[in-house]
Write a protein that binds this ligand. Structure first.
Ligand SMILES: Nc1ncnc2c1ncn2[C@@H]1O[C@H](COP(=O)(O)OP(=O)(O)OP(=O)(O)O)[C@@H](O)[C@H]1O
Ligand SMILES: [Mg+2]
Length: 417
């Protein structure tokens, strides 16, 4: 048997009469058309499984499988293979039935070589056109699905930008509202701290004077009052209370600054970034998400600067930190390690959370993949992150063990000036 080259049109003759097979082969091979023959429908199907065949010349009446059955099976399994029926029956209804069943031509035996050639050449031409047609349709379908993917992707970006824009507006509003009262609370606390030192000094002198007083009744009344009102404990606590309040307002100030940065509307200009500092600022922003169930361990090394857009990188850190916190059910640790590796820096955010099963590791970067549908996760966090890291010529890697936790490692090029 000839193993056909798919580029060359190849013909298979299926006829249980050896002489017919030989005659047809001779006619076609004489015209340079690769041709082979088998003597039953079953053998034809075996041949089709292993070889490319563009056209079959099929006898209608054969022992075993009939030509019509072979035609039907061929159309189901090898739609690229065309069939010309070849038969001694020249009744109109049989010919029409064959054509309606999908045959591309019909040659009546006994045939003239020229009639066979005309039928075969026409059939091969139609087969080629149909094949081209199918290839074009496949290409069109591919183009269409590519377009639809791109459309989906731009829609996703638009939704995310909208979401960020409205988040940004909200953040800017809150930051503005919180900023002023925080300013005067901080300033008043500063004055209060100074005044308190004087009050404490006065109280200590007054207390010594009471203790030294010779007026027993006055001394006893004042001492009882002092004890009842717990003045000594209050005096001891006041300093600590004010120190804590000043620290609290300092924290609010940093969060407000972070929110303002996060919500800035203009397109970001790239700049040199201190990653350790940016991580600290981002931690301030999402502290509320982290503080209840995580201990945050900072393993920061001195780092050279990187070149990029701080708001976007902050968004990357924010997504990773929030994901890490969300992966921890009750109590756990998030360890942030930064270090320089040659002309790159590495930022690893490791959690002791639920981890990610091996088979899901590839999917987590796909847009809309989320296991947090119930809590309103969009599944966009990591896909946006990947895009931003790409814009910064960086890379992201994940290692994870279900039940033990995950580590997301970012690599960013050092700013070379
Ligand atoms: N640190 C992590 N530990 C365990 N699973 C994680 C971690 N980070 C991401 N995943 C998994 O990857 C999925 C996709 O994360 P991604 O940040 O893209 O979306 P999300 O967190 O589900 O939703 P959104 O970020 O919009 O709130 C998560 O739903 C979660 O299953
Ligand atoms: Mg997320």
């Amino acid at each position: 048997m000839v193993k056909c080259n798919p580029q060359t049109p190849a013909v298979l003759v299926v006829d249980d009469e050896v002489l017919v097979c030989q005659l047809l082969q001779r006619i076609l091979q004489g015209e340079g058309i690769p041709c082979t023959s088998v003597n039953s429908g079953e053998k034809a199907l075996e041949y089709l499984k292993k070889n490319t065949c563009h056209l079959m010349l099929v006898d209608i009446r054969m022992d075993g499988m009939s030509g019509f059955d072979l035609l039907q099976k061929t159309q189901e399994q090898w739609p690229d293979t065309q069939v010309v029926m070849c038969s001694g029956v020249d009744q109109r209804d049989v010919i029409l039935t064959a054509l309606e069943a999908g045959a591309i031509g019909y040659v009546v035996k006994p045939f003239q070589p020229i009639d066979v050639l005309i039928s075969v050449k026409n059939a091969l031409r139609i087969a080629r056109l149909e094949q081209e047609n199918r290839a074009q349709r496949r290409q069109l379908e591919q183009d269409l699905s590519q377009c639809s993917l791109e459309l989906h992707e731009s829609y996703r970006r638009m939704v995310q930008q909208e979401r960020l824009a409205s988040l940004g507006q909200l953040a800017a509003g809150v930051a503005h509202e919180v900023n002023n009262p925080t300013g005067y609370i901080a300033s008043n606390l500063g004055s209060l701290s100074k005044y308190l030192k004087r009050i404490i000094a006065f109280h200590e002198t007054a207390a010594s004077a009471i203790d030294a007083s010779s007026d027993n009744q006055l001394r006893s009344e004042l001492r009882t009052l002092r004890a009842r009102l717990k003045i000594d404990q209050i005096m001891a606590d006041l300093d600590e209370l004010i120190k804590d309040s000043i620290e609290g307002t300092e924290r609010i100030r940093r969060i407000v600054m972070g929110l303002k940065k996060f919500s800035r509307k203009e397109a970001e200009e790239p700049q040199a970034i201190d990653v350790n500092k940016l991580l600290e600022e981002t931690l301030n922003l999402c502290w509320n998400e982290l503080k209840y169930k995580t201990e945050v361990v900072r393993r920061f090394s001195a780092l050279p600067q990187v070149w990029g857009m701080p708001q976007k990188l902050s968004q990357v850190f924010l997504n990773l930190l929030v994901n890490a916190a969300q992966s921890i059910e009750k109590q756990g640790t998030i360890t942030i390690t930064t270090q320089q590796r040659g002309d790159h820096i590495q930022i690893a955010i490791a959690d002791t959370g639920c981890g990610i099963a091996q088979e899901h590791l590839d999917k987590i970067f796909e847009p809309f993949y989320t296991t947090k549908l119930e809590t309103g996760g969009t599944g966009l966090g990591l896909s946006i992150l990947q895009e931003i890291i790409g814009q910064h010529q960086g890379q992201i890697q994940v290692q994870s063990k279900p039940g033990s936790g995950s580590t997301f490692t970012l690599t960013l090029p050092v700013f070379s000036g």
